[in-house]
Structures are given as structure tokens and as C-alpha cells.
Design a protein around this ligand. Structure first.
Ligand SMILES: Nc1nc2c(c(=O)[nH]1)N[C@H]1C(S)=C(S)[C@@H](COP(=O)(O)OP(=O)(O)OC[C@H]3O[C@@H](n4cnc5c(N)ncnc54)[C@H](O)[C@@H]3O)O[C@H]1N2
Ligand code: MOO
Ligand SMILES: [Mg+2]
Length: 424
């Protein structure tokens, strides 16, 4: 890939994604409290350093006993056992069981030596809470109303997790299930990748800060806030920077300053062929490497990507739809990979198109889509008006619908490829 200082070579999206992923810098590790680990990505593989459960555990409230001793037990012919003790959760049994003996035991408690089954309280004549056995009344007895099989209602050691098992790969995003595993294995602090710091710049003389009143010809900057949400969702730490002026020298110094602390730079606007398209002017004079500046895709065909001082710069199109899609298809995969994901590209599936999409295009289109399941089939339709300049339909998109290049678009009923917008 050359240094595209001048001119544009149009490449396919897949090639653009491959080029982006070639320049990924994996983030450093840090340890964070487990309580703050939700949504972070693991920096190390997690293995089981002990089995789960690590003791034979009762699955029910009942009586631990020898299954063989219950032979022939029924409602009419109960078999009586001598009760040795009561074993609550968290307390080690005092006695091992001999033949004809049983220990009252609670769900989750340690099954005593000599027992190979636990009969549920409901299958005994001692369903009621019994003060005498709680006081270790050795004289108490219990009648068992059902014959038991060895192993019944006991979780053996390692039933859930074997010692040494790999539980979570590095790069895995921490959600509820992962948090439960980490807690089970004693990770009060969790090794995670540091959040990439992402500096977000907007360009354009027409942009007002959010708090400003509208004036003729000016609009409020919405892209930076949209992208900040996307960055946060992807596991990064966004900083919204002051808008960049139309002067390439000033843009260069503002970006260079941000490179001192940011891991990733994102700009929006100024990448097309307009008179004031300042990123294009910057790329003609900077000492960074431009890896592409035109992709076969709509929206966002002029989306550009380069590396400067080893750090990535995503120069997204200014139109809100193009900025949004450009982030999803290029910047999010970068962030995922920097955070250790081995599968950073968005998830692809297929669905039935639920409405005609009649616009042909020289490039494949990535249409913001809304999906639903009807009679077991995933159906998708455009989330709303889909022009690149339209912001209002972004909120309703849960996928991108791929409409292949050429022709007349796609007809209702066609099987289309969809790209998930969910963080995985
Ligand atoms: N003659 C041509 N004109 C255009 C072409 C082309 O190929 N030939 N491409 C069109 C396409 S497609 C797109 S996309 C845009 C790309 O424009 P830029 O990336 O250069 O972006 P700007 O010119 O700066 O702005 C475009 C549009 O977006 C609005 N904008 C910009 N920043 C923000 C922001 N932070 N928040 C909200 N809205 C923003 C801006 O006001 C413009 O309306 O070029 C087409 N033109
Ligand atoms: O970048 Mo424009 O949005 O290609 O349509
Ligand atoms: Mg422009």
C-alpha cells in the first residue's frame, strides 16, 4: 500500500478493514476492581485454579445417607435412620456416617463422608423444622419414604468446572456471566486492557457548540456526541475536542497535540472534494502515512485512514450517516482488536428484506436497518430515510443492511446480508 498523498484509489471495504487491522496497537494491561470491570475486556486468559464445586455439595435440603440403606423404602414402608447431626451451609460435618445413619443437611452444605445420596425433606417424615436435631440430638431419627440411587442430589467435586479448565479467553468482554466466574475464582481485581483514549474532532465553519443558539447557516455539532457514545460503547474513553478550523496547518498542530495523550484520533468532515475539505489538504502535506482515502461503500466513500507517529487517524465523512457507519465498520473493529478481541469485525448474518429498497448504487450500500423476528424469520427494513446527511434515523438502527452495488437496489422478500451493530 503506497502513501496516497495525492489522488484516490478506491478499495473494497474488506480491504479497508484489513488495512486498519494491520495497524492495531494492543493496549497495555491494568488491574481494576471487579466492581468496575463490567464492559471491560480481559487482558489475560482465565483458568480454573480449583474445581467447582471444590467439595461434595448437597443439591437439596434433606438427609445425607447411604443410598443402599434406603432399599425398599416407600410411603407405606419407611426405612428409619439414626440422625447424627445437622449440617448447615459453610460448616464442616462432625461425623462420617455409618450404616443406618443419616445427617440432616442444607442445600449447598458439605456432604459428610460415608454418604452417597441426599434424600429431599419432602421424601421423609421430618419435613418440619426440627429443633432437636439442630441441637445435635443424636437420639433423633428420620423415616425415609423413597429408595435412593447413589449420587442422587449430590454435586460431585468438579461437576461444574474441572481444575485447570480454560474459562475465559483474553479479549473477552466482561458481562454478568464473566463477573460471576471472576468472583468465583477470587479475582477481586481483574486484569483488563486499558481503555483506548480517543480524541474526537469535528471540522467545519458551520458547526456550533451544543449550548449555542441557532444562527442562519449554522448547525450544532452532533457527530462528536454520537461518536463519543459509539466510542464508549466500544470500550474506549472519548474526549470531545474543540472544533478544528479550516486551516490545515492548525489542524496538523491540534492533532499533533492530541497525539501526545490519545491512542486514537477521529475526525469528522472535510474528506470529500469541497473547497474547504481540510483533512484532504492535511494529507497532502503531513508526514504521516495515509492508508486509504476512498472505499467502495455508501455512505462514507471518502472515509480515510492513516497512521501518524504510529497512532491511527480515522477521518470520517462529515455527513452524520456516513460518520456513524464509518465508525461501525472501521473504527469499532480497530478498538475491539486493540482491546484484545480475536474476532474484531462486526457479526454478519442474513435476513429477509421487508420493504423494497429501490436505489441502485455504484458502490455497495450499508443501509441503517431495523430488524424484528416474525414467525421465526428475521426481517429487516430501512430504519428510516437513509441519505448520508440524515441523522434522525440513526437512533432506530440495530443493523446495517448490505445492498449490493449496481442494479435497482433490492426487492422486498430478498435475502440480504446484515451487519450487527451490537457490541460483542
Ligand atoms: N462534489 C461532490 N460533493 C460531495 C461528494 C462528492 O463525491 N462530490 N460526496 C458527498 C458525500 S457522499 C459526503 S459523505 C460528503 C462528505 O463530506 P465531508 O466528509 O467532506 O464533510 P463536510 O463537507 O465537512 O460535511 C458534510 C456535511 O456534514 C455536515 N457535518 C459535518 N460535520 C458535522 C458535525 N460534526 N455534526 C453534524 N453535521 C456535520 C456538514 O454540515 C455538511 O452538511 O460530501 C458530499 N459532497
Ligand atoms: O460519504 Mo457519502 O455519505 O458516501 O454518501
Ligand atoms: Mg466536504
Amino acid at each position: 500500500m503506497g502513501n496516497l498523498k495525492f489522488g484516490r484509489e478506491t478499495i473494497r471495504l474488506e480491504e479497508a478493514q484489513a488495512r486498519v487491522l494491520r495497524f492495531v496497537r494492543r493496549m497495555e494491561k491494568e488491574r481494576v476492581p471487579l466492581t468496575e470491570a463490567a464492559g471491560r475486556r480481559l487482558a489475560e486468559e482465565i483458568r480454573a485454579d480449583h474445581p467447582v464445586p471444590h467439595f461434595r455439595r448437597s443439591g437439596v435440603d434433606g438427609y445425607a445417607l447411604h443410598a443402599e440403606d434406603t432399599a425398599g423404602a416407600s410411603g407405606r414402608t419407611p426405612v428409619r435412620f439414626e440422625v447424627t447431626e445437622t449440617i448447615p451451609c459453610g460448616v464442616m460435618p462432625q461425623h462420617s456416617l455409618g450404616r443406618g445413619q443419616a445427617a440432616r443437611i442444607m442445600t449447598g452444605a458439605v456432604v459428610p463422608e460415608g454418604a452417597d445420596a441426599v434424600v429431599m425433606l419432602e421424601m421423609t417424615d421430618r419435613l418440619e423444622r426440627d429443633e432437636r436435631t439442630e441441637e445435635s440430638d443424636a437420639a433423633a431419627s428420620v423415616g425415609v419414604l423413597r429408595a435412593m440411587m447413589p449420587g442422587e442430589n449430590i454435586s460431585p467435586i468438579g461437576q461444574e468446572v474441572a481444575e485447570g479448565e480454560t474459562l475465559l479467553p483474553g479479549g473477552r468482554k466482561i458481562g454478568p456471566g464473566e463477573a460471576a466466574i471472576l468472583a468465583t475464582f477470587g479475582y477481586s481485581h481483574v486484569p483488563v486492557f486499558k481503555k483506548p483514549k480517543v480524541a474526537i474532532f469535528s471540522t467545519g465553519f458551520e458547526l456550533l457548540p451544543v449550548e449555542a443558539s441557532l444562527r442562519p447557516g449554522l448547525i450544532r455539532n452532533s457527530n462528536s456526541y454520537m461518536l463519543a457514545c459509539q466510542v464508549t460503547d466500544a470500550g474506549g474513553e472519548p474526549t470531545i475536542m474543540p472544533a478544528l478550523p479550516d486551516d490545515p496547518g492548525k489542524v496538523q498542530s491540534a492533532l499533533a497535540e492530541a497525539l501526545e495523550w490519545a491512542d486514537v484520533l477521529i475526525t469528522t468532515g472535510g474528506v470529500s472534494v469541497g473547497d474547504k475539505d481540510v483533512l484532504v489538504e492535511l494529507f497532502a502535506q503531513w508526514d504521516g502515512e495515509l492508508h486509504f482515502n476512498k472505499i467502495e461503500m455508501r455512505p462514507g466513500s471518502p472515509t480515510s485512514f492513516g497512521c501518524w507517529q504510529g497512532k491511527p487517524l480515522f477521518a470520517l465523512s462529515g455527513n452524520p450517516g456516513a460518520s456513524y457507519v464509518g465508525f461501525e465498520l472501521l473504527a469499532r473493529p480497530y478498538l475491539r482488536a486493540a482491546l484484545g478481541s480475536s474476532d474484531p469485525l462486526p457479526q454478519i448474518s442474513s435476513a429477509c428484506l421487508d420493504a423494497d429498497y429501490r436505489k441502485g448504487s455504484a458502490y455497495p450500500r450499508y443501509v441503517r436497518g431495523t430488524s424484528r423476528v416474525e414467525q421465526g424469520m428475521v426481517k429487516v427494513k430501512p430504519a428510516g430515510r437513509d441519505q448520508s446527511s440524515i441523522m434522525i434515523s440513526i437512533k432506530d438502527a440495530d443493523c446495517l443492511i448490505l445492498i449490493p452495488a449496481g442494479g435497482q437496489g433490492a426487492q422486498a422478500g430478498a435475502l440480504v446480508t446484515t451487519i450487527s451493530l451490537m457490541e460483542k
